[in-house]
Design a protein around this ligand. Structure first.
Ligand SMILES: [Zn+2]
Ligand SMILES: [Zn+2]
Length: 126
């Protein structure tokens, strides 16, 4: 008796996860491209200028630190070089826990990068 149980559900979940991942990367490509079309290729902090050759060092910062908040008018985006972008986030985290070495604040960046963030919504719709 080696009857295999059908693994119904697994492939469907895989498809949903794959779809969520695809949406996530499409969305990131989308807002990066839009903001680069919308704003001059200059860092908003140090005014360093960028060309196609080094454009990968220019990143899109979310003013409210919410990567899912991407209004069409670009009001939540700011172009920053890698260094200033790092500083911006370090400053933000410092402000939250002044003189506090507790590591509990460190998740605020990774949480918004969760590729499964939209999964709960997808499942709700079904
Ligand atoms: Zn800069
Ligand atoms: Zn940022």
């Amino acid at each position: 008796m080696t009857q295999k149980k059908p693994t119904a559900g697994t492939s469907k979940l895989d498809a949903i996860v794959a779809e969520a991942r695809r949406n996530q990367s499409n969305r990131e490509q989308g807002y990066r491209e839009k903001s680069l079309n919308m704003y001059p290729w200059v860092c908003g902090r140090c005014s360093r200028e960028f060309t196609r050759a080094n454009l990968h060092e220019l990143t899109v910062h979310h003013r409210d630190h919410n990567h899912d908040n991407n209004p069409e008018d670009g009001s939540n985006w700011e172009l920053l070089c890698l260094y200033c972008h790092d500083n911006e986030h370090a400053r933000y985290l410092d402000g939250e826990s002044v003189g506090n070495t507790d590591a509990s604040g460190k998740d605020s960046q990774t949480a918004t990068h969760n590729p499964l963030a939209g999964l709960a919504d997808l499942l709700k719709k079904n």
